[in-house]
Write a protein that binds this ligand. Structure first.
Ligand code: CUA
Length: 320
């Protein structure tokens, strides 16, 4: 369960009108301009349709109206106004794109986010941190995100934070973001990427610079060593069953790169890319039969008995 404070801070409206960054605000201005222009056009068309329907409706004894072909003035107006609007919006959009995606210059990315089927990996250059799914970022700082894909095309979009960007295998795409206030901002993968695309949720945890630095320091540490018997048993199982060939746990022999790094798994609030809360019960379900919980996920079904599942869960839980 989330704490009350977390619930209050969660911005899960996922609405472009609920902007929490100057970049999103700029896009918003364009949205409003577009909505106003489109509403005026809609109003004009409805009014004219109504006017013509009523004014020229069939009345007893009315004859067919005079037939005319072509009207240059009207045609210039009909083509001209939309053309001016399209050109206007084109340059307005270009201007905003330039403002929210300025040249990177020599700026190194602050975070590298990689889309995988079906999870997000976040590494922080200059640190050993290899996080998953919950992307921690500081507020009030202009951050350069480098976006990549490990397998197929994914798409990064947190509506409150502005820009939306495709993640294409073999390419590096970039987004600038400045988050206004601390909180949790949700988003989702916005490019169909296979069976579990819908469960490829984004959770950005925006923290004050102090909290963020604390998070970086904690997460740069190696994994906690298990202390109780059950967790120790779980650790041994993890290393001996093939968990360790797909997942990394820093400070142990587990160094697989296929699945999410689990070094600090226990500190995450959600699991399976925002599909469920990170609870003992949910980890149990997942380890018992992954394909039932998230069909298609690249986690094979190991036939773990209930005792093994309990031990593995105990181990994962203490990886704070
Ligand atoms: Cu990743 Cu859709």
């Amino acid at each position: 369960m989330h704490g009350i404070l977390d619930l209050l801070l969660i911005n899960n409206s996922q609405s472009i009108f609920d902007s929490a960054s100057p970049q999103a605000q700029k896009i918003n201005g364009l949205d409003y301009g577009f909505i106003i222009a489109a509403s005026c056009i809609l109003f004009l068309i409805i009014s004219l349709t109504l006017f013509i329907t009523i004014r020229y409706r069939y009345k007893k004894g009315s004859r067919e109206p005079e037939q005319t072909a072509g009207n240059r003035k009207l045609e210039i107006l009909m083509v001209g106004i939309p053309l001016i609007l399209v050109i206007g919006f084109f340059f307005w959009s270009l201007n905003i794109m330039g403002a929210i995606l300025p040249d990177r210059g020599n700026h190194k990315p602050d975070v590298i986010i990689t889309g995988h089927q079906w999870w997000w990996q976040a590494t922080y250059p200059g640190t050993s941190i290899n996080a998953a799914n919950e992307i921690h970022l500081p507020v009030g700082k202009k951050i350069l995100m480098q976006l990549e894909a490990a397998d197929v095309i994914h798409d990064w979009w947190v509506p409150s934070l502005g820009g939306k960007m495709d993640m294409i295998p073999g390419m590096h795409n970039y987004l600038w973001v400045t988050i206004d206030k601390p909180g949790i901002y949700e988003g989702a993968c916005s490019e169909f990427c296979g069976q579990q695309h819908a469960w490829m949720r984004i959770r950005v945890v925006a923290q004050t610079l102090t909290d963020y630095k604390k998070w970086l320091a904690e997460h740069a540490l190696n994994a906690a060593k298990p202390t109780d018997t059950l967790a120790k048993l779980g650790a041994a199982l993890f290393m001996n069953a093939s968990c360790s060939s797909c997942h990394s746990i820093r400070g142990t022999s587990a160094n697989g790169m296929q699945g999410p790094d689990l070094t600090h798994f226990g500190s995450r609030q959600t699991m399976l890319t925002g599909m469920m809360d990170n609870t003992t019960e949910n980890i149990n379900k997942w380890l018992t039969n992954p394909q039932k919980v998230k069909p298609g996920a690249h986690m094979p079904r190991f036939i773990f008995g209930p005792d093994s599942v309990r031990a593995l869960t105990a181990y994962l839980n203490q990886l704070k």
